[in-house]
Design a protein around this ligand. Structure first.
Ligand code: SAM
Length: 313
């Protein structure tokens, strides 16, 4: 249907603009929901969106809970969006500017829910990248772990947790750890997530923490201490010191989400335009929404391409 696109503002970007979403990632949550229907439950009332800015997932949540699942009495419904960055207001969403790695955030969320627990928590968190691959992977894993720790404290039994992951070296270990807390774990790749990226989403269904284990957030406790008594396997991010064996490795289902006729995020699409002279339909590529910029280093790049860039000492 199309060739690989170099225009990073792909069709999902355009569709997001058309449908009033703040980011193309809205379609990732919509396609995950198409497969698992976790947002279609009419009894869904308390929802938390972690790492929510600029807010397209919160927009999806707001439309699902308050438009698609609208009921006569929506007063018990609440969506809380948390991010380090400030967010412009979204209808029916309470925005909280806070750090998901800090225990105080947990208290604030419960306070807003009137001490009731959430039924659904999602996290699309991504830290600022440094370009140092190992460091970036480590920080991303820590962010997922923080989202998971917070979720274990605020999610009610039977609840659903969704989080962005990068399928790196130690991802099987995370699946095993999640297997101690949820009845079903799936690794899902929405069609709007670029096939060329390692990004995927863990869909964790039916929260069932071990009996007698009460998760408590404390800044002075390590992740290993947090999961103490939960029988969760040791958390090792360094593959050299992993102590777990092949038989401990959990294989989870991998699922592509989004209908087969959904757009491919790595392809370029054409529009049919009528030629005024011949009346024929012509296949025309869409122009980029924004033309390439003229960065200050453009000249240096041109010289480098021609092999004329010499370094002065
Ligand atoms: N789901 C969002 C949407 O659809 O608009 C996009 C989320 S964006 C990819 C990742 C967000 O993670 C950023 O806004 C960033 O500020 C947030 N983030 C990273 N670390 C965080 C932390 N420790 N606490 C809260 N938010 C964090």
């Amino acid at each position: 249907m199309g060739k690989r696109s170099k225009d990073k503002r792909d069709l999902y970007y355009r569709k997001a603009k058309e449908q009033g979403y703040r980011a193309r990632s809205a379609f990732k949550l919509l396609q995950l929901n198409e497969q698992y229907h976790f947002l279609d439950d009419p009894n869904l009332k308390r929802v938390v969106d972690l790492c929510a800015a600029p807010g397209s997932w919160s927009q999806v949540l707001s439309r699902k809970l308050f438009v698609d699942n609208k009921s006569e009495d929506d007063s018990g419904k609440k969506i809380i969006a948390v991010d380090l960055q400030p967010m412009s207001p979204i209808d029916n969403v309470t925005c909280l500017q806070a750090d998901i790695t800090h225990p105080k955030t947990f208290n604030k969320i419960l306070e807003l829910f009137g001490n009731e627990k959430a039924q659904f928590v999602c996290s699309d968190g991504a830290p600022d990248v440094t370009g140092l691959h190992d460091l970036d992977e480590y920080v991303q894993q820590q962010l997922i772990m923080s989202a998971l720790q917070l979720t274990t404290c605020i999610l009610e039994k039977g609840g659903v947790f969704i989080a962005k992951i990068f399928r790196g070296r130690d991802i099987d270990l995370l699946y095993s750890q999640l297997g101690f807390l949820f009845k079903k774990i799936i690794c899902a790749k929405p069609r709007s997530s670029r096939g060329t990226s390692l990004e995927a989403f863990i869909v964790c269904l039916d929260y069932c923490p071990p009996k007698d284990w009460v998760p408590k957030l404390d800044l002075n406790k390590s992740v290993t201490e947090f999961f103490e008594g939960c029988n969760i396997k040791e958390i090792h991010n360094n593959s050299i010191i992993t102590k777990w064996y092949e038989e401990d490795r959990d294989i989870v289902d991998f699922m592509t989400c989004g209908s087969l006729d959904a757009y491919d995020s790595d392809a370029t699409y054409h529009i049919d335009v009528k030629d005024e002279l011949s009346n024929d339909l012509l296949n025309v590529s869409l122009n980029p929404v924004q033309m390439p910029t003229n960065p200050p280093y453009k000249r240096a790049l041109e010289l480098k391409r021609k092999g004329k860039l010499t370094r002065s000492i």
